[in-house]
Ligand binder design. Structure first.
Ligand code: MN
Length: 418
């Protein structure tokens, strides 16, 4: 599929993240007005509440977009999702008969503040990148025990906290926690000294389910994808993670990008999962090309200024797809809800320059990373701004995700001061 031309001129360049082919869903506010649903097209946002009010979009009997979340649209199901995408494509395409009416409903993106695009129902994070799991396992348990025996058979995950999800641009404060270094006999309560990022993507569940669902059903139930940074306190994690997995190390914040890129927009970029060492059991088996070819990049900017690229990788490095994770999540009978967010797990490639965390990039702090400014990093320092970006590259167009950024604020002097 080529670039689809829009009458919104800025949407028609080959490297713009938001062409007509994309149409990602976000929540925005402008001065003096409440947050509401919007769709990105070029440098503009289509005010969906206003479009609905004007009668330009009428998919169902009830209003869907005069709210600060896309959950109501998700609740309507895949047929309505498809109808909306078709309607938006027609309204915004070059030659649209309704251009005059729609033009008045566009808001310049730089005049808008972006918010979380959905109410996150629950949040689960996985560990489905083989290079990442091998690297971390080697550092934490030694090369011979790097991949746990279950890893090649099920997507490993843990239940996170929806309350910790924040949107792009939200500063993240370095946490305090209990940690123990191998040189000391006893643990101590102190600010995290190994604060890290995890480059991930998040899948958003758009259809609720009860009881086990197949991989195909799981794929059908996914609404869209966002970039996701699972901020991680490595020293807290190393002390707490056995036997029940990470807990406070992952609970400070998880940042997501503000635009939900729909599964429909990513359809042309589907690709196969990597070769499997063991065939997966039937209920987890691939049901077609399960992953997406999405280029990902992370930059680190000390003091928020000069940004150095610290990693470049691709979502196709994953061993398990979001659909396989969702299918696995449901096997116990666990009810899955509209608005559930599933983190992919850290996305690392085979090369050092493709690692999706500083833990791996600096190999546990032993091999510092040199930034373009000449500064070095093992883990994050106060004032660092981290930015995740990603896009799928089409023939003359891109499906972009926008940014997923956050600045690291210093730890509180005394977290229990009242
Ligand atoms: Mn993670």
């Amino acid at each position: 599929m080529p670039l689809l031309k829009s009458w919104v001129a800025s949407a028609n360049t080959s490297d713009h993240p938001f062409p007509l082919n994309n149409l990602p869903y976000g929540v925005f506010s402008t001065e003096g007005a409440e947050p509401r649903c919007g769709v990105a097209i070029g440098d503009m946002i289509l005010d969906m509440a206003a479009a609905e009010e004007a009668g330009l979009i009428a998919l169902v009997e009830v209003p869907l977009f005069d709210v600060p979340y896309w959950n109501d649209l998700m609740e309507e199901g895949p047929a309505v999702w498809a109808a909306l995408r078709e309607r938006l494509t027609n309204l915004l395409a070059e030659g649209s008969a309704e251009q005059d009416k729609v033009e008045t409903l566009l808001v310049p993106m730089d005049a808008a503040e972006l918010h979380l695009p959905l109410v996150v129902s629950e949040y689960t994070d996985f560990y489905a990148g083989r290079h990442h799991a091998t690297n971390v396992g080697t550092m934490f348990r030694g090369a011979e025990n790097a991949l746990p025996p279950n890893w090649l058979h099920i997507p490993i995950g843990y239940n996170g906290r929806a309350s910790s999800i924040v949107v792009d641009g939200t500063p993240v404060r370095r946490p305090w926690g209990q940690l123990k270094s191998p040189q000391h006999d006893m643990p101590a309560f102190m600010p995290c000294r190994r604060f890290d990022l995890e480059l991930e993507m998040g899948a958003i569940v758009g259809v609720a389910s009860e009881g086990p669902i197949t991989v195909q059903e799981a794929d059908d139930n996914i609404f869209g994808y966002v970039l996701l940074n699972d901020w991680s306190a490595r020293d807290i994690q190393a002390w707490e993670y056995q036997p029940l997995g990470p807990f406070q190390a992952k609970a400070t914040a998880t940042t997501i990008s503000p635009w939900i890129v729909t599964k429909a927009a990513l359809e042309p970029f589907r690709c196969e999962t990597p070769a499997r060492e063991f065939e997966l059991l039937d209920h987890l088996r691939d049901c077609g090309p399960m992953l997406y070819d999405i280029d990902l990049e992370v930059t680190l900017a000390p003091d928020g200024k000069t940004a150095s690229t610290i990693t470049r990788t691709n979502l196709k490095e994953m061993y398990y797809s979001a659909a396989q994770q969702l299918a696995h999540h449901s096997t116990s009978g666990c009810p899955m809800n509209v608005g559930d967010l599933l983190g992919s797990g850290t996305i690392s490639g085979a090369e050092r320059s493709e690692r999706g965390s500083l833990l791996e990039l600096s190999w546990g702090g032993k091999e510092p990373v040199t930034l373009d400014t000449g500064e070095v990093r093992t883990f994050l320092e106060d004032g660092d701004t981290l930015t995740l970006e990603g896009h799928a590259q089409g023939d003359g167009y891109r499906i972009g995700f926008g940014q997923c950024a956050g600045e690291v604020l210093p730890a509180l002097e005394d977290p229990y001061a009242r």
